[in-house]
Ligand binder design. Structure first.
Ligand code: AMP
Length: 289
């Protein structure tokens, strides 16, 4: 168990996180940033461990970003558990948790937004208007506050990871974006803070996402390269699940997120809970090593 000395600093202001990070960088230490919305699970922890392995100091941001939630989405009821999260970060020997308030992040009159064109027009961008503008804006603000050497994102949110990689490059941030593999439950369900919303029947129904990805992957492994056929295999599985409502299921290019390609991406609502998942076809679908 980590001792008191490893308790992460809980930082509430941009000025303080910037000062701490700058002091580390001036001392020649490499700084890693893991942006999260909290309710930390093993998927987040995998990012934290990668950051700890590759950097000298690790900052985890915890901020439920109102800008990336649409009207009628789950901003109000999104799980917030700072105390439990701080305990996780202590166990992982994280150096600082940056948890600013909404007013500090978006003071009145702060109307500037960041946008990654084209990539934000398809799939998640199409289903959730304004979502990626909210993501790009908060990530750029976090990058500017912490000024990390590296920032860690999960492949679970593949389109977000691509968008952030492009943002970092296009705006000359000099920050290296590292994308880490999706962590799954033993039965294949991708870990997500939103899984806590699922009732017992919904939890079982949610497995249709990974089953659909498996169907596409099996097709690919058997030599199928026709995007329409691979997509149909996914839809067959999803439509057979009575509790699921499909937003999209596509086989897309990993850069543009438009078909054709090799990345199977899907989004479905299980009851009131919207889940997303993806898989790069041709790779084994399972727990990453
Ligand atoms: P969130 O708190 O949901 O905004 O996620 C914060 C970061 O953790 C994002 O980069 C996500 O892609 C990543 N993440 C969420 N779930 C997983 C997972 N199951 N495996 C790997 N990374 C994840």
């Amino acid at each position: 168990m980590a001792d008191e000395a490893h308790r992460p600093a809980l930082v509430r202001t941009m000025e303080e996180v910037r000062a701490r990070s700058e002091a580390w960088r001036c001392a020649g230490l490499r700084v890693g940033l893991v942006p999260t919305m909290g309710a930390l699970h093993a998927g987040h922890v995998s990012l934290v461990r990668r950051a700890r392995a590759e950097c000298d100091r690790t900052v985890v941001s915890i901020f439920v970003n109102p800008l990336q939630f649409g009207p009628g989405e789950d901003f109000g009821r999104y799980p917030r558990r700072l105390d439990a999260d701080m305990e996780v970060l202590r166990e992982e020997s994280v150096d600082a948790a940056y948890a600013p308030g909404v007013e500090a992040m978006y003071p009145a009159g702060a109307t500037t937004r960041a946008r990654v064109a084209e990539l934000d027009e398809v799939l998640e961008g199409e289903c959730r208007p304004g979502h990626f503008e909210g993501v790009a804006t908060v990530v750029l603000k976090l990058f500017n506050s912490v000024r990390p050497d590296r920032a860690y994102f999960g492949q679970k949110d593949a389109q977000q990871a691509r968008l952030v990689t492009r943002l970092a490059r296009d705006l000359d941030t000099g920050i290296e974006v590292v994308v880490c593999p999706t962590v799954r439950e033993p039965d294949g369900l991708a870990l997500s803070s939103r899984n806590v919303y699922l009732g017992q029947d919904e939890r079982r129904a949610a497995l249709c996402l990974v089953r659909a990805l498996t169907a596409a992957n099996d097709g690919w492994m058997a030599g199928q390269r026709d995007t329409a056929a691979l997509r149909a295999a996914m839809l067959d599985v999803l439509l057979a699940e009575a509790l699921a409502r499909v937003d999209y299921a596509e086989i897309v290019d990993e850069e543009t997120f438009r078909p054709p390609g090799r990345l199977a991406v899907l989004a479905a609502r299980i009851g009131a809970t919207r889940l997303i998942d993806n898989h790069l076809l041709g790779r084994p679908l399972g727990q990453p090593a």
